[in-house]
Ligand binder design. Structure first.
Ligand SMILES: *Cc1c(COP(=O)(O)O)cnc(C)c1O
Length: 407
């Protein structure tokens, strides 16, 4: 067989992604190696998924052990890994009940459907309006992409599900003005990830909580990106001290294995009676076994407190790089969900930074055209942070140089 080549991507795969020119074949900790053996530092973390880096020995053990026992039963049979993980999530959060699925979009789809169904059961069909926010990202199914606040992502897919209204993020007054008895749910990210790494203000989340209580609407927190230690708390709602009715968690939950969960109270969960909703793979034993181990490791003071220490390292270095080259206006986000907002001169050019970093041996992310995003492993060693930041600076230096020469 011929060697697998990056050109196969264009030959055989639908063109909805634009992957880098190299193909990584191996990862360890916060480093990746491509087919040619070139080494990269990974500050992208599989889009804030690989919370414990690559090939973590305890995760390998957890999944290997389960792989030798039982892979799949579907939900006609309960499994030990699913029950253990459900109980752990209940112990660690506000939740009393858990529904498992396989992706962030599915977890949000379940939350939105449950919110509609709960309102239907208790108030009838009229209570169906969903409030979400500009620039929000909730996934790519038709319902979740409609709930999302990026019109480009839903253009051309109509007719779209109705009854969803978008308001400006962090705008308490707009929320007050728009709220009413017909609202069944508000869906919000505590830190908008894809939408530019913008943290919610505490009074904004508190206002959502208060208005939901006043109007018997449900507050859904989409913690698909912020969950599982990313912000320095196990879940970001705990740092805000604003407790949602429904919470969705995915990306980091399986440390790289696809698994997601929708969490809620017993009262709300009672609307998901037998047959009302489901998923063939949801709660898959492999995913649940590895997610339990991820939570065991992440939910320790060493890892959670380490997030703040590492953030300080990143933030001070990024601020000084930004100043030196005039590229960053602001370093924002929470914990190890880090956004570097580009100065006006660089607006629309975030992907050039990603490219330049790759050339220097570093993987990073963008969040729209104006923000460079980092979502490294929560246990990335300080040495890798230092070396990765050096590579970032090298990339930026080259980029800025080329930009000056082209002026
Ligand atoms: C990534 C993301 C999703 C979608 O998750 P998928 O697993 O890609 O379906 C939903 N919400 C937020 C906040 C996300 O960051």
């Amino acid at each position: 067989m011929s060697k697998v080549d990056r050109s196969w991507y264009d030959a055989y795969m639908m063109p909805n992604y634009a992957p880098a020119p190299m193909i990584p074949t191996r990862g360890l900790g916060s480093r990746l190696w491509d087919q040619e053996g070139r080494e990269y530092i990974d500050f992208a973390g599989g889009i804030a998924v690989n919370v414990l880096g690559h090939a973590h020995p305890e995760l390998i053990d957890a999944i290997t052990d389960q792989a030798g026992r039982l892979w799949h039963t579907a939900n006609v049979l309960a499994t030990e890994p699913a029950l253990l993980l459900a109980r752990q999530l209940v112990d660690l959060t506000f939740a009393e009940k858990v529904f498992f699925s396989n992706s962030g979009a599915e977890a949000n789809e379940a939350a939105l459907k449950l919110a509609r169904r709960f309102a239907f059961d208790h108030h009838g069909e009229v209570k169906s309006r969903i409030i979400s926010f500009d620039n929000a990202f909730h996934g790519r199914t038709l319902f979740t992409v409609t709930a999302g606040g990026q019109p480009d992502y839903r253009r051309g897919f109509g007719p779209l599900p109705g009854g969803i209204e978008h308001l400006p993020f962090n705008d308490v007054q707009a929320l007050h003005d728009a709220f009413g008895e017909d609202v069944c749910a508000v869906i919000v990210e505590p830190v908008q990830g894809e939408g530019g790494v913008v943290a919610a203000q505490r009074d904004f989340l508190e206002a959502i909580r208060r208005l939901c209580d006043q109007h018997q609407a449900l507050m859904i927190m989409d913690e698909v990106q912020t969950g599982v230690g990313r912000t320095g708390s196990l879940y970001a709602y705990q740092a805000y001290n604003v407790i949602p009715d429904l919470l969705t968690t995915a990306k980091a939950l399986g440390g790289g294995f696809p698994i997601a969960a929708t969490l809620t109270t017993t009262e709300i969960a009672s609307s998901l009676r037998v047959g009302i909703h489901g998923s063939t793979w949801g709660g898959n034993p492999l995913g649940c076994a590895v997610a339990k181990k991820v939570l065991d490791i992440v939910n320790t003071p060493t890892v959670l407190n380490g997030v703040a220490t590492r953030r300080e390292h990143f933030e001070s270095a990024l601020l000084s790089i930004g100043e030196r080259y005039g590229v960053f206006e602001e370093i924002r986000g929470m914990g190890l969900l880090i956004g570097c907002a580009l100065t006006e001169h660089w607006h629309g050019r975030a992907r050039e930074f990603m490219q330049a970093a790759q050339d220097a041996g570093l993987f990073i992310l963008v969040a729209g055209g104006n923000v460079v995003r980092l979502g490294p492993s929560l246990i990335v060693p300080e040495d890798d942070i230092a070396q990765g930041l050096e590579r970032l600076e090298t990339g930026i230096e080259t980029l800025v140089q080329a930009d000056r020469e082209s002026d």
